[in-house]
Write a protein that binds this ligand. Structure first.
Ligand code: CAA
Length: 290
């Protein structure tokens, strides 16, 4: 069931010609504060630094990006959760100290001592954002299972997923503006897409908590369940998602993702193209059976 290799020269990905790189080893996952299990078509990715309330570092996100590009091709659903009773306390605040987190680059040190310029920081933040953007891939369906706090980068991570299943004790908070920063881990677009620019502004500029029930009313939660039913609800959602033909699911997600940026005519044309692709597959499989 668990396919995470012990060393970089082994494991599933070494044999997968479509893989861009190898999955992180257990040791690398541990240093990134992550746990990963892959069971056939489902990957479970857990933020696992309970002693820091699952605060995440740059390494967490660069490792997540690597996981995204190295997942076995058969994986269709990725479930993201936090270890214990919290999803994530967001970025490890030590990333903003000159010392940074042990063995990792401080986000501010380079700017303070002049060893990094804006371009350098731009590329670094882009690397971190890659840890979030792969969760939008149309060939995957991503599910955030949220218990307790999802703060800052934790909220943005949940927003990067297609579905957010919340325990009734879940709470979102976009804390960045209260720290003198902006949310920069790709969360602003889905937040505005879901709640609209006015509500998004209010949520960000007050940095207030959005509790589970309100999250459901705003469309930020796909489903809210009692805490002890979260695992079961996520498992039911995964089972339902796996029922679909992968090609149809991928084409539909791609179509829906394109909709907000398209005019009605453009979207209608995109629907036709996608449907012709699906009909061609259906026709070929029918011909193959006769
Ligand atoms: N970074 C580093 N350490 C953290 C942390 C974080 N984000 N959140 C919690 N911890 C540490 C605490 O320092 C504490 O460490 P010690 O045991 O050594 O004292 C330990 O985790 C337990 O924390 P608490 O005692 O505070 O736990 P709690 O259950 O009472 O509260 C919490 C939990 C509400 C999440 C609270 O810890 C908290 O508010 N944390 C900070 C949240 C935050 O501001 N995150 C950054 C948001 S901004 C962002 O993510 C993105 C960005 O800027 C770009």
């Amino acid at each position: 069931m668990v396919v995470v290799p012990d060393r970089n020269d082994g494991g599933t990905m070494a044999q997968d010609p479509n893989a861009h790189e190898s999955l992180p080893t257990e040791e690398e996952l541990g240093r990134a504060g992550l746990e990963l299990t892959i069971d056939g078509r489902v990957a479970h990715l857990t933020i696992s630094r309970p002693e820091r309330r699952n605060a995440m570092t740059g390494r967490t996100w660069t490792t997540m990006a690597r996981i995204g590009s190295a997942l076995p091709e058969e994986v269709r659903v990725v479930v993201l959760s936090g270890k214990g009773d919290i999803f994530s306390a967001g970025i490890d605040l030590n990333m903003f100290t000159p010392e940074g987190v042990d063995g990792e680059r401080s986000i501010v040190a380079g700017l303070a001592d002049g060893s990094a310029d804006e371009e350098d920081l731009d590329s670094y933040i882009a690397e971190l954002q890659a840890g979030f953007t792969w969760l939008r891939r149309p060939d995957l369906v991503t599910v955030a299972a949220v218990r307790g706090h999802a703060i800052g980068a934790g909220f943005q991570l949940a927003l990067s997923c297609d579905l957010r299943v919340l325990a009734d004790d879940a709470k979102f908070c976009m804390k960045e503006p209260a720290l003198g920063l902006v949310p920069d881990l790709t969360g602003t677009k889905p937040l505005v897409d879901i709640v609209g620019v006015h509500r998004a502004t209010e949520i960000c500029l007050t940095a207030r908590r959005v509790e589970a029930e309100e999250a459901r009313e705003l469309g930020l939660a796909t489903l809210v369940v009692p805490s002890d039913e979260l695992d079961g609800a996520v498992s039911d959602a995964v089972t339902a998602l796996l029922e679909l033909d992968p090609g149809a699911a991928t084409a539909t997600k791609a179509l829906l993702q394109a909709a907000p940026g398209n005019s009605l005519e453009e979207q209608a044309a995109a629907e036709r193209r996608a449907q012709i692709g699906r009909l061609t597959v259906l026709a070929q499989s029918t011909a193959g059976r006769s």
